[in-house]
Design a protein around this ligand. Structure first.
Ligand SMILES: [Fe+2]
Length: 576
């Protein structure tokens, strides 16, 4: 009988579920894709149901359930902190009780999700320390048999950074940086201060940074300083250590209340109202914040390399979503190879917790490498055809060769179309399964997409998907980036030819597309290359002010709501 482990990220942002069967990732999906609430932070009931259904398993078949938090982890540090900070002690005790309550009801929650009784769930339940789950979402699924590991986020189980070194199926933790000190929280605080109030808006600040000049680096350095093994916040600028982080979700997208103190506004001026335009000052602050964040990340990596000298590093946790920093690691530390998984943030805590159980609880060897991100629900032509008919649209089924020819012709004609193929991507970025594609050569493409499909802030760049064979020709660094997890500089002489995917500072957040990992998408880009000589396309997510579409029906609804020119839905080319 195979060993079935269900991994869960619940009651954190980007709630998700994943199945690891005999040490191999079988499926993973975020709950927001089902319930259509961005960054949903409740219990991933539909994701759990889908994972089991997809694998043809019954509730009784689950051997282990792994959850990516452990209220008992680091409890001494938590208790000491609560005593020192009396104002937040009550809150701490309250949240701890709530957490423990949830933990004990986890079996019931899983049973409810699967429509059975708690007694029918015979699985053993495991609480995995948050950063251990992050680490297990990266190192054991990386191509490295041996590596240094940095887990870094806002905070989980009272820790914001963990350094470790891994070999085979095992890893050793070297040190931890504890709450309230957190580089992730520094970035979040500035994100809110700069007028981006929504959970998960940090990537917008990262996109804004290249427009500014880093004029305020010295000033921001006053908020955080490197220490021997980590960093320390200047808590005068914050109040989370006194009042806690107020994460609410109440059935909708999660919200976080601002947690910087009055000193922040005294030092940097009033918080930007989201309705007011961004000024040079805001751009300069974003640029400065990015510089200071990178300084801290590279400091940590250099410390880690001294403890664990290696060519390989795995970076995980919410801060590993800073693709700009990830792209500079090899120039700013001795590491030569960088792996960041699809699902480096809390979403990946589901399969991370599951892999922790497989390797560290069950002691099993490694047998899996995450080479692609397509772990979600798949598509079948019958479902596509039914959805097209229901929408009253013309049904036009093509062979694969015809589909590639039609799509590449549309690209070179300047059309913008949906590309809905195969299993849905896991994680924040569309990777060619639920994507919106366009010609990267056109200077007006950004405006065109904004006009036709989705409004997004003008400063946010679009990303290129490039055949992996051509990364070296187009980028200053030649390294794989299959999950859009790294930003590299585009070679000077190539920038002019692909303006729609070249950011203002000449960089591009590339997805390197492999023929084996993503064959159909590779064929499409190769088709475009044959037509135009350009081995890349503009790729953005297939959605409109909502989570990435999951089903053919949602894809068609997005198509009909917007002015995109066409959509390739499985084997069908759908036009108006
Ligand atoms: Fe985390």
């Amino acid at each position: 009988m195979p060993t079935v482990i269900l991994g869960i990220n619940a009651f954190h942002g980007d709630s998700s579920a994943a199945l690891v069967v005999d040490g191999k990732l079988i499926s993973a999906v975020e709950e927001e894709r089902f319930n259509r609430v961005k960054h949903w932070a409740g219990f991933p009931a539909e994701s759990i149901r889908w994972c089991l259904k997809d694998a043809g398993l019954k509730p009784q078949d689950i051997d282990h359930v792994a959850v990516n938090f452990n209220p008992r982890a680091n409890w001494q540090v938590k208790a000491a902190f609560a005593l020192r900070n009396f104002a937040s002690a009550r809150e701490y005790i309250w949240s701890r009780l709530k957490r423990q309550g949830r933990q004990s009801s986890m079996r019931q929650d899983v049973a409810d999700a699967l429509g059975c009784t708690a007694e029918e769930i015979r699985a053993q339940f495991h609480s995995v320390e948050h950063h251990q789950a992050h680490i297990a979402s990266g190192f054991p699924v990386s191509p490295f048999q041996e590596a240094a590991i940095l887990s870094i986020d806002g905070m989980g189980d009272f820790v914001s950074a963990m350094m470790a070194g891994g070999e085979g199926n095992n890893w050793k933790v070297y040190n931890k940086t504890y709450y309230p000190h957190s580089i992730g929280l520094l970035y979040s605080a500035f994100t809110m201060y700069l007028g981006f109030p929504h959970f998960g808006d940090e990537y917008k600040v990262m996109g804004l940074a290249p427009y500014g000049k880093p004029l305020y680096v010295e000033k921001i350095r006053k908020l955080i300083r490197p220490t021997t093994t980590g960093y320390e916040l200047n808590l005068d600028f914050f109040k989370h250590h006194k009042e806690g982080i107020r994460l609410g979700w109440d059935g909708g997208s999660p919200t976080v209340a601002p947690f910087y103190s009055e000193l922040m506004e005294k030092e940097f001026g009033p918080t930007r109202d989201p309705k007011t335009p961004l000024t040079d000052y805001h751009q300069d602050l974003a640029a400065s914040l990015q510089v200071v964040t990178e300084e801290i990340i590279f400091h940590l990596l250099n410390v880690l390399h001294k403890i664990h000298p290696s060519d390989n590093v795995v970076i995980v946790g919410g801060v590993a979503m800073n693709s700009v920093a990830n792209g500079k690691v090899t120039q700013n530390s001795p590491f030569k190879n960088v792996f960041v998984p699809a699902g480096a943030a809390d979403n990946g805590g589901s399969f991370g917790a599951a892999f922790y159980v497989w390797h560290r609880v069950l002691g099993q060897p490694r047998s899996f490498v995450q080479t692609h991100g397509q772990w979600g629900p798949g598509v079948d032509d019958a479902e596509c055809e039914a959805a097209i008919r229901e929408a009253g649209l013309p049904v036009k089924k093509l062979t694969q060769a015809e589909l590639i020819e039609t799509a590449t012709q549309a690209l070179s004609d300047g059309k913008v179309f949906g590309w809905f193929q195969g299993r849905m991507e896991f994680g924040a970025r569309a990777l060619g399964s639920r994507s919106l594609l366009a010609d990267p050569r056109r200077t007006d493409m950004r405006e065109l997409i904004n006009l036709k499909i989705k409004f997004r802030e003008k400063f946010r760049p679009f990303a290129p998907s490039i055949l992996e064979e051509y990364v070296e020709e187009y980028f200053e660094i030649n390294a794989p980036a299959p999950f859009m997890e790294k930003v590299f500089k585009i070679k000077q002489d190539k920038r002019e030819g692909i303006p729609a995917v070249t950011h203002v500072d000449g960089s591009g957040r590339l997805q390197s597309v492999g023929k084996v990992a993503n064959p159909l998408y590779w064929e499409l880009i190769e088709g475009f290359r044959k037509k135009t000589g350009i081995p890349l396309v503009l790729n953005t997510s297939l959605n409109e002010n909502e989570p990435i579409v999951n089903t053919p029906k949602q894809a068609l609804s997005c198509f009909l709501r917007t002015k995109m020119d066409a959509i390739a839905l499985g084997s069908y080319w759908v036009t108006r």
